[in-house]
Design a binder for this molecule. Structure first.
Ligand code: NAP
Length: 475
C-alpha cells in the first residue's frame, strides 16, 4: 500500500458512498468546549436514531468519551453529509444555546479508518495506550448495532479497530503499561503535593475511573482515603473487591457532606458522571478557613464536575482532565518508541481493510461477469439444440457443453486474475466500472458496500499529514 496516498486524495460528490468522521476531540478543542459536545452513554441510542433521519447519512456510529465526541458515518454526498452531521451537533442539547460551537474535526475516507484504528489502540488518547478506550469503542459499535445505524462499512472498520486494539496490547510493549486517566491523575497529585503518604485524600465518584484512582492511591501506605459516592450500592460493590491496604479506606460518610469533607482534604480527586457541578466555590469556600491547608483538587470528569470558579479560592489548586497532558507529555522518546511499534500493527490492519474493500469491488464484478457470460452460453446452447434438422445426440451435446464452458472459463481467467491482483483501489474501481459498462452489468454505485476514493475539492480539517507519524492539525 502506498502510504503517501492516504491524505492526498479527496472525495467526489456523486452517487457513491463516502466514509467520514466529524466531531470534536482533545486535539481540536479544550475541555470547556469539548464538554458541551458530550453525549452521555444513556443518550447515544437516541442520538443515533436522530442521525438515521438525515437523508445523506447511510451509516452512523457515535464515539463519545472524555477525549472526543465523534460521529463516524457513511454518506452518499460528502458536503451534504457533513452539513447534516453539523446540524445534528447543533441539536445536541448542550450546544444548542451556543450557535458558534461547531464540530471542528473532520476526516475523510482512509484517514477515517486510520484514525479509528489509532483511537482503539490508545494511540490517539491523551494518556497514551490507556486501556479504557477499547471498551468504549466496543460499546459505541454495540449501541450502533442495537439501533441498526451501522452497515457493512462501519461494522467492518469497528471490528478491525477492536482487532487492532487487541493486537497492539498483546503484541507490543503498550499492553505492559497499566496506564489510565486515573493513574495519570494520581501521578499529577504526586507532582503537585510531593509524597501523598501524609496527605488527607478524598475521592468523589466511585465509578470505573474513581475505583482505579483508589487502587492506585492504595498502592502505598498513608493516611485514610475518604470515599464518597452518590449511591451506596456502587460503593458497597467496590468494597467487595480484594484491595491492598484496604484499612486505609474511610467510608460511611453522607454524600451531601462532600463539600465539608473535601474542604478538609489535602487532595480531592473527582471522577463523576454528573451533569451538574458536584463541588462549587460557595459550598467549598464556606468550609475553608484562613488556616485550611493548601489543597489540590483534580477533576478528571468530562463534562467537568467541579465548578472552575473553585480555582479562585485562596489556597486551592484546581486541575482538570486537560492538565493531565502535562504529565503524559513527558518521556517523549519512550512515547515515540511505543507509537512506532504499535503503528506497524495499525498499518497491517489498515491493509486488511483495503483487502476487504477491494473484495467488495472484485467479487460482485467477477460474479456479475460470470453470470452474464454463462447466460449467453446457455442461451446459445439452447438455441443450438433447438435448431431443426440438427441431430443432438448425448455425446455431442456434452462435448459442446464442456467446450463452451472451457471457452467461458478461458475468457474470464485473465480479467479475474487481473482484477484480484490490482492493488490500487482507484485503478480497480475504474477497471470494474469499465467491465460493468462494456458487459452491461449493474453500475458499482448500486453496490452499497463500496466506498469512494475519488478526488474532489472539499476542504477537510484534521487530516493525517502522513502515514506513520500522522498527527491531527488543530483547527
Ligand atoms: P462511570 O463508571 O459511569 O461512573 C459514574 C460515576 O459518576 C458514579 O460514581 C456515579 O455515581 C457518578 N454520578 C453519575 N451521575 C451523577 C450525579 N448526577 N450526581 C452524582 N454522581 C453522579 O463513569 P467513569 O468511567 O468512572 O467516568 C467518570 C467521569 O470520568 C466521567 O465524567 C468521564 O467522562 C470521566 N472520564 C472517564 C474516563 C474513562 O476512560 N472511562 C477517562 C477519563 C475521564 P452513582 O454510583 O451514584 O451512579
Amino acid at each position: 500500500m502506498n502510504r503517501a496516498t492516504h491524505s492526498g486524495r479527496r472525495l467526489t460528490q456523486g452517487n457513491m458512498n463516502h466514509l467520514v468522521v466529524c466531531g470534536i476531540n482533545y486535539h481540536s478543542a479544550p475541555i470547556a468546549i469539548r464538554e458541551r459536545f458530550c453525549i452521555p452513554d444513556s443518550c447515544v441510542g437516541h442520538a443515533l436514531e436522530g442521525l438515521k433521519h438525515f437523508r445523506h447519512i447511510k451509516e452512523s456510529a457515535i464515539l463519545s468519551t472524555c477525549n472526543r465526541t465523534e460521529v463516524y458515518a457513511v454518506v452518499d454526498d460528502v458536503a451534504a453529509g457533513l452539513r447534516e452531521i453539523q446540524t445534528f451537533f447543533q441539536s445536541v442539547q448542550a450546544v444548542s444555546d451556543h450557535g458558534s460551537l461547531k464540530p471542528n474535526f473532520r476526516l475523510l475516507r482512509d484517514d477515517v479508518v486510520l484514525h479509528l484504528l489509532r483511537v482503539a489502540s490508545g494511540l490517539d488518547s491523551m494518556v497514551l495506550g490507556e486501556g479504557q478506550i477499547m471498551s468504549q469503542v466496543k460499546a459505541a459499535h454495540q449501541t450502533a448495532l442495537e439501533h441498526r445505524s451501522t452497515g457493512p462499512v462501519l461494522d467492518m472498520i469497528f471490528k478491525l479497530a477492536l482487532t487492532c486494539g487487541k493486537r497492539v496490547r498483546s503484541e507490543t510493549s503498550m499492553g505492559k503499561r497499566a496506564v489510565s486517566v486515573s493513574s495519570a491523575a494520581v501521578e499529577l497529585a504526586r507532582e503537585a503535593l510531593g509524597s501523598l503518604k501524609d496527605k488527607n485524600t478524598t475521592v468523589v465518584g466511585l465509578g470505573k475511573m474513581g475505583q482505579i484512582c483508589v487502587k492506585h492511591l492504595l498502592g502505598e501506605n498513608g493516611k485514610p482515603i475518604i470515599l464518597l459516592n452518590r449511591s451506596a450500592s456502587r460503593l458497597d460493590g467496590f468494597l467487595q473487591n480484594k484491595l491492598s491496604n484496604r484499612d486505609r479506606l474511610a467510608t460511611g460518610f453522607d454524600y451531601s457532606e462532600r463539600a465539608a469533607i473535601a474542604a478538609q482534604s489535602d487532595l480531592v480527586i473527582v471522577a463523576s458522571g454528573s451533569n451538574e457541578y458536584v463541588l462549587g466555590p460557595t459550598d467549598l469556600g464556606k468550609h475553608r478557613h484562613a488556616d485550611s491547608p493548601r489543597q489540590v483538587i483534580i477533576d478528571i470528569s468530562v463534562p467537568r464536575a467541579v465548578d472552575p470558579a473553585v480555582a479562585d479560592l485562596e489556597g486551592v489548586q484546581l486541575f482538570v482532565a486537560d492538565d493531565l497532558a502535562k504529565i503524559v507529555g513527558r518521556n517523549l522518546a519512550e512515547r515515540e518508541a511505543l507509537v512506532s511499534e504499535a503503528e506497524v500493527i495499525v498499518f497491517e490492519v489498515l491493509e486488511s481493510f483495503h483487502n476487504w474493500e477491494r473484495s467488495q469491488l472484485v467479487v460482485p464484478t467477477i460474479t456479475g461477469l460470470r453470470e452474464k457470460i454463462e447466460a449467453i452460453r446457455q442461451e446459445q446452447m439452447a438455441k443450438n439444440s433447438a435448431t431443426p434438422g440438427v441431430e443432438s445426440d448425448f455425446s455431442s451435446k456434452s462435448d459442446m457443453e464442456s467446450i463452451s464452458r472451457a471457452i467461458v472459463n478461458q475468457i474470464l481467467h485473465h480479467p479475474t486474475v487481473h482484477l484480484k491482483a490490482t492493488k490500487d483501489y482507484e485503478i480497480l474501481r475504474q477497471q470494474a466500472e469499465a467491465l460493468r459498462k462494456l458487459f452491461n452489468l449493474d453500475p458499482i454505485a448500486a453496490n452499497p458496500h463500496s466506498v469512494s476514493h475519488t478526488p474532489e475539492t472539499l476542504n477537510v480539517t484534521g487530516r493525517y499529514k502522513n502515514g506513520r507519524q500522522g498527527r491531527l492539525s488543530k483547527h
